[in-house]
Design a protein. Structure first.
Ligand code: NAD
Ligand code: TYD
Length: 369
């Protein structure tokens, strides 16, 4: 088992990263180290996600900065003597990657490279050249770079089959292509430099603190506000939904016990057609918010399909289950209820993420949908 003392979390002010930091500081008694959150705070990063921790935890540190900024990244390795990186920071929304791909290449490819290379430099053992006589220094093996990726790198499934760890990469959107590039760089740093890397590819996460441009929070808020519910194409695309806390428990399991150089798939084993999921969500929201379900249902609007829209994602996660003993703990019913409760009661958070850049971007591209 690894030491994991000074953990640099990138993108810790976003959806999954902020849930991960909360999980690490509040639900892992076996971890007594420090957490350093490196986040540039794009439209998707919200410092309010962790405001309470900032006030009450002496083990939590926030550093605002860009993962592409090499001198700044290096200064953090030195300042905190980083021994673990868990890399969540990314541009993460497929629709944005179609409209503005440049930021995805910069953060997801160049940013990942910058972090990997800074890790390689800082973790090079100081005792000189390799034993084989080449000029590369030995790499410390008591450290870890954990790279968080997506199942979207595997492309699109037909009606049957599952993504496994050996499924060939076939990304189809600028988002998934940029994540695939980051994944390849991470594994290349393992094979070439001996950097201890673990990598996870997970399915669609949902839960509290997700930015309301993604399907589930967007629909909950539009339902509550009586707005149209935009369904892309025929609504029969399938996603495998995973509760964010189950995902983060899996990431932590891999960080502690996963084998360097290995990848692990993480999924919910919970496939839903978008339209069927929407129907279930309408029932929950109408009941909790005291609204008329049929009125909400009348707002379902089929809109033009997303270009290159992947039809189906489904993860085979038997490897992490059998080798590392992880399993999902939260049923979809329970997870959706928690999520709806959270969005219906956190109006201040919603106001804060909707103000500023996000609203301006939505107005420019979608007329404020
Ligand atoms: P998110 O968009 O909610 O958060 C991303 C965070 O990264 C934000 O806080 C943002 O400010 C920060 N960030 C962006 N560019 C940065 C930069 N250049 N420097 C520093 N910080 C930067 O994303 P998320 O949904 O929490 O996803 C986290 C990770 O998980 C991503 O790597 C994503 O590809 C992966 N993933 C997400 C899902 C999902 O369903 N959300 C599924 C599979 C994989
Ligand atoms: P999304 O949350 O964007 O995640 P991803 O594209 O990374 O899987 O979308 C989930 C599914 O919901 C996807 O099939 C696209 C669809 N979708 C809609 O039908 N309407 C919407 O407004 C959004 C945002 C997504």
């Amino acid at each position: 088992m690894r030491a994991l003392n000074n953990v640099l979390v990138t993108g810790g002010s976003g959806f999954i990263g902020s849930n991960f930091i909360r999980f690490l500081l509040e639900k892992t008694p076996e971890f007594s180290g420090r957490v350093i959150n490196l986040d540039v705070l794009t439209y998707a990063g919200n410092p309010k996600n962790l405001q309470d921790l900032e006030e009450k935890s002496e083990r939590y540190f926030f550093e605002r900065g860009d993962i592409c900024d090499r001198p700044f990244v290096e200064s953090l390795f030195t300042k905190y003597d980083i021994d673990t990186v868990v890399h969540f920071a990314a541009e993460s929304h497929v629709d944005r990657s179609i409209l503005e791909p440049g930021a995805f290449i910069k953060t997801n490819v160049t940013g990942t490279f910058t972090l990997l290379d800074a890790s390689r430099n800082y973790w090079a053992a100081s005792d000189g050249a390799r034993k084989d006589g080449s000029s590369l220094p030995d790499m410390r093996q008591d450290v870890l770079f954990h790279h968080v990726s997506t199942d979207e790198v595997f492309g699109s499934l037909g009606e049957t089959g599952y993504f496994t760890e050996t499924t060939p990469y076939a990304p189809r959107s600028p988002y998934s292509a940029s994540k695939a590039a980051g994944d390849h760089l991470a594994m290349a740093y393992h094979h070439t430099y001996g950097l201890p890397i673990t990598l996870t590819n997970c399915s669609n996460n949902y839960g509290p603190y997700q930015f309301p441009e993604k399907l589930i929070p967007l629909m909950i808020l539009n339902m509550a506000e009586g707005k149209p519910l935009p369904v892309y194409g025929d609504g029969k695309n399938i996603r495998d939904w995973l509760y964010v806390e189950d995902h983060n428990a899996a990431v932590w399991t891999v960080m502690r016990n996963g084998k360097a150089g290995e990848t692990y798939n993480i999924g919910g084993e919970n496939e839903w057609e978008n339209i069927t999921l929407l129907d279930a969500l309408i029932d929950i929201v109408s009941e909790k918010a005291g609204l008329d379900a049929e009125k909400i249902r009348s707002n379902v609007t089929f809109v033009k399909d997303r270009p290159g829209h992947d039809r189906r994602y489904a993860i085979d996660c038997s490897k992490i289950k059998s080798e590392l003993g992880w399993k999902q703990n939260v049923s979809f019913e329970q997870g959706l209820e928690n999520t709806v409760d959270w969005y219906l009661s956190n109006t201040l958070w919603i106001e804060s993420v909707r103000s500023g850049e996000y609203r301006r971007w939505m107005e420019k591209n979608y007329g404020g949908r």
